[in-house]
Design a protein around this ligand. Sequence first.
Ligand SMILES: Cc1cc2nc3c(=O)[nH]c(=O)nc-3n(C[C@H](O)[C@H](O)[C@H](O)COP(=O)(O)OP(=O)(O)OC[C@H]3O[C@@H](n4cnc5c(N)ncnc54)[C@H](O)[C@@H]3O)c2cc1C
Length: 277
Amino acid sequence: MQFHQPTSIREFIELSSNLSDQFTTLLAGGTDLLPRYERGQALPDHLIDLKKLSDLYHINIKDDSVQIGALTSIQTIQENPLIQFEFTALHMAAHDFAGAQIRHRGTIGGNIVNASPAGDLLPALYAFDAILTLIGPEGERQLPVQEFILGPGKTALKQSEILVSVTLKRNGYKSIFQKVGLRQSMAISVVNLAFVYSQKEDVFDYLKIACGAVAPIVVTLDKLTSTILDSTSKPDDWPLLIEADISPIDDIRATAKYRKQVVINLVKAFLKGQLDA
Ligand SMILES: Cc1cc2nc3c(=O)[nH]c(=O)nc-3n(C[C@H](O)[C@H](O)[C@H](O)COP(=O)(O)OP(=O)(O)OC[C@H]3O[C@@H](n4cnc5c(N)ncnc54)[C@H](O)[C@@H]3O)c2cc1C
């Protein structure tokens, strides 16, 4: 295996274009990748380490948006005061993420491209309608996170492309994240949820609920939220509306039935104002 460490995006693109017909993998923090190699997954012919790409470490605050570089660590996201106040669900997800070592090493880009149904940053990124910036030999393109993640471990990343940054609009919405795992942060989520909302006199005028680990990809509970926004559903209707958007499975961490009930309980608690950031 050959190891490469480009120092600029231009160098990365040149290198990955030259290797486009070879088995190549990108390495960020390695917290998903290295355990896979330890478990016996085949090593690539070329490993491109991204860590020297200084343009991918930033949190740029603009008047109407925040741009987070793909190599920004989970710890940096957790510590950023603007993310804590304006994108609280993302802050909470970073806070409840693994232990300190993994939070310092793991990156937002790795969490997105790994495309795990239980990835903890993903519900908040879905609920905030994050836009991803990708760069490759054909130039730069933007894609909503919902269109980038195609299935477990599957994304729309093209050959020789790199995820450069994540952009969030500063809409002033409130938000909350909830993670249920066998242990609080040191375990893969059994269910994780992000609630992004705005209210006037206790009535929602914006509401998005994104839910992880209950389907092959993160799902938004649109059937429920649309009926809450137009006041056409009652609490008794909520469980069926929630179930219409999720399709959990039994696995070693929990049964489908348990996952369904946890989602219903957490959503009900949120809608009754019983969850705090
Ligand atoms: C002990 C332990 C605890 C964990 N706990 C959690 C947890 O609580 N919650 C959670 O969600 N996850 C958890 N994880 C999983 C992992 O830490 C996260 O998914 C992390 O965000 C991955 O980031 P990374 O930089 O280490 O990715 P890497 O392992 O370096 O890469 C992951 C994938 O993304 C690709 N990639 C990375 N960056 C880019 C880029 N910029 N452009 C294109 N492709 C890219 C890589 O090629 C690879 O396919 C845990 C892992 C371990 C080992």
